[in-house]
Design a protein around this ligand. Structure first.
Ligand code: AMP
Ligand code: ZN
Length: 117
């Protein structure tokens, strides 16, 4: 999907606003969350402006798998593979989704507590 000029994550992809990017390839980028909820808090996003899980079809299976693999590799790089970590996709209002550009949070570096608070 084409970049959305009003989307903050599209602006990060296009280098229009700064980010601390730790990984990039032709399909995804990963950067530090600006307001971290844990000692390690990265966000993995598609390069393309994909909004929600809703509406994804089978052609997106590889993308979601790639996002997960990139996150798992970053967890190793960040030194939290052995201590453990959490991958989160917030979808919609009740989950607190603030940015309507699909993203996967990688959280770790401390005990993370309950799943849904
Ligand atoms: P969500 O609530 O799942 O939509 O999460 C959006 C995340 O994006 C939040 O954790 C924000 O702190 C993060 N965020 C928003 N703007 C930026 C930015 N410019 N750079 C890095 N992370 C951001
Ligand atoms: Zn976007």
């Amino acid at each position: 999907m084409a970049p959305d000029p009003d989307c903050i994550f599209c602006k990060i992809v296009q280098g229009e606003i700064p980010s601390t990017t730790l990984y990039t390839d032709d399909r995804v980028i990963a950067f530090e969350d600006i307001s971290p909820s844990a000692p390690v808090h990265l966000v993995v996003i598609p390069v393309d402006h994909v909004t929600f899980l809703t509406g994804l079809d089978e052609s997106s299976e590889a993308l979601i798998g790639h996002m997960t693999l990139v996150a798992a590799n970053l967890a190793v790089e960040q030194g939290i593979n052995d201590s453990g970590y959490r991958l989160v996709i917030n979808q919609g209002t009740d989950a607190g989704q603030m940015v309507d550009h699909l993203h996967m949070h990688l959280l770790g570096g401390r005990p993370l507590g309950g799943l849904a608070t």
